[in-house]
Design a protein around this ligand. Structure first.
Ligand code: ATP
Ligand code: MG
Length: 398
């Protein structure tokens, strides 16, 4: 059923009407042919970015020098890329030159694996010079052309091979795997940021266990910061991990000798990841200590991290129940959701104890009030809190 491609076929038709040619390529064709849900649809075309800009009203130039623009059609974005070949990967990083060409077959030839090197016309006809459809049927990841050459051109492709194995649960074809075993050291030439993207996808994939196994057997693991020092193949998560904060929290919980800070630094991860990791680890420690999701844990943990917390706990312990619901339920029962909902604020405290000079005691006392309210030790009521502060806990006077 080609229904999912209908709007994309309209984009192709417009290009054809203007005298060009265009095909759906890459992941969308692969996922469609293997019966998976189709996400982003990429289109390859004989036309230049300038010509595409003339054909469509809404075009966003995202990478003109690589031949890529985004075309908006029926509120959907399509990456439209001019057929191209890449030459001279002198520094193992980026092709020295991108040359636009007029033949789809040349464009397919530069692609990494045969499962990713299939083009589909707007009638649903396949252009499949490397028998990628057969590889999909055989669930096999196979380099286009000579695997050694392709991995030498761009060593990131080795990580991509493992990533597709994890995502699709496909085997890596023998010659391709041999090249991987031989050339895994070339990964050292790839920036850690690019490696991090693929690594994250490996842990996220439904067959992450196969991915981790392959990282080990191919030797790619030996070129991954921190993970290279761990026996990751013997200590496989019990379920997939989504995002670096979950991966780091998982390994830091398992191996006391490594630190989240080192992970952040060596993998060059973002501040956002750092914040999430710290929160997650703190919450998890608290959970292990108290052996339950208590009020303070739920209050301190951002709601957006509930799924992460739940996944982390099942990755660490398959017996563990799905905690997501428990967290949500517990959160709804909390007397307050945020500090600003406290009926007694810092200004009230200052007013009550107006003879005291301002100082750190204010925030210490506010934290204490917050903790008492959240954990149900006192009611969130102005008079009650005021009484509690005055009667029972006069702050030390200097
Ligand atoms: P996903 O569903 O994860 O996006 P995808 O196959 O679309 O998978 P992308 O990284 O988006 O993967 O790349 C799109 C296409 O571009 C691939 O299918 C492949 O044909 C080609 N490609 C991407 N990266 C490389 C590479 N490093 N070397 C060769 N071809 C590549
Ligand atoms: Mg894609």
């Amino acid at each position: 059923n080609l229904e999912v491609f209908k709007p994309a076929f309209e984009v192709i038709q417009k290009i054809e009407e203007a005298g060009g040619e265009a095909y759906i390529v890459g992941g969308a064709v692969r996922d469609y042919l293997s019966g998976r849900p189709v996400n982003d649809i990429d289109i390859a075309t004989s036309e230049t970015p300038e010509q595409i800009q003339e054909i469509f009203e809404k075009v966003i130039p995202v990478g003109i020098e690589h031949g890529t623009v985004i075309v908006r059609h029926r509120s959907i974005s399509y990456e439209v890329t001019t057929y191209r070949v890449e030459e001279g990967y002198e520094d193992y990083r980026h092709p020295d030159e991108v040359t636009f060409v007029r033949d789809i077959n040349l464009d397919l030839a530069r692609r990494d694996f045969t499962i990713n090197a299939i083009a589909m016309s707007r009638s649903g006809k396949l252009i499949d010079p490397y028998n990628g459809h057969d590889a999909i049927r055989n669930q096999s990841i196979e380099a286009v052309g000579m695997p050694e050459e392709r991995f030498e051109e761009d060593p990131l492709r080795m990580m991509r091979a493992v990533r597709f194995a994890s995502q699709l649960s496909f085997q890596i074809e023998k010659k391709t795997e041999e090249a991987l075993n031989q050339l895994s050291h070339l990964l050292e030439h790839i920036s850690v940021e690019r490696v991090a993207v693929e690594t994250e996808k490996i842990f996220r994939g439904p067959d992450y266990a196969l991915g981790v196994e392959l990282l080990h057997t191919t030797g790619l693991k030996n070129h991954l910061p921190i993970l290279k020092d761990l026996d990751i193949h013997k200590n496989v998560p019990e379920s997939s991990l989504y995002g670096w904060h979950e991966i780091i929290a998982y390994y830091v919980s398992q191996y006391p000798q490594i630190s989240a800070e080192d992970f952040m630094k060596l993998w060059k991860l973002s501040k956002d990841t750092k914040k999430k990791t710290e929160q997650l680890l703190l919450a998890y420690k608290r959970y292990k200590k108290d052996k339950k999701v208590n009020a303070w844990l739920v209050y301190q943990l951002d709601e957006e991290l509930f799924p992460s917390f739940s996944r982390l706990s099942s990755a660490l312990d398959s017996e563990e129940e799905d905690l997501n619901e428990a967290l949500t339920r517990r959160k709804q029962q909390l007397p307050i959701q945020e500090k600003k909902e406290l009926s007694f604020q810092a200004s009230d405290l200052l007013q009550l104890l107006s003879d005291l000079p301002k100082g750190p005691w204010i925030s210490e006392w506010m934290s204490k009030i917050e903790h008492h309210v959240v954990t149900g030790k006192i009611e969130n009521d102005y008079e009650i809190i005021k009484e509690w502060v005055r009667e029972w806990n006069p702050p030390a006077r200097n």
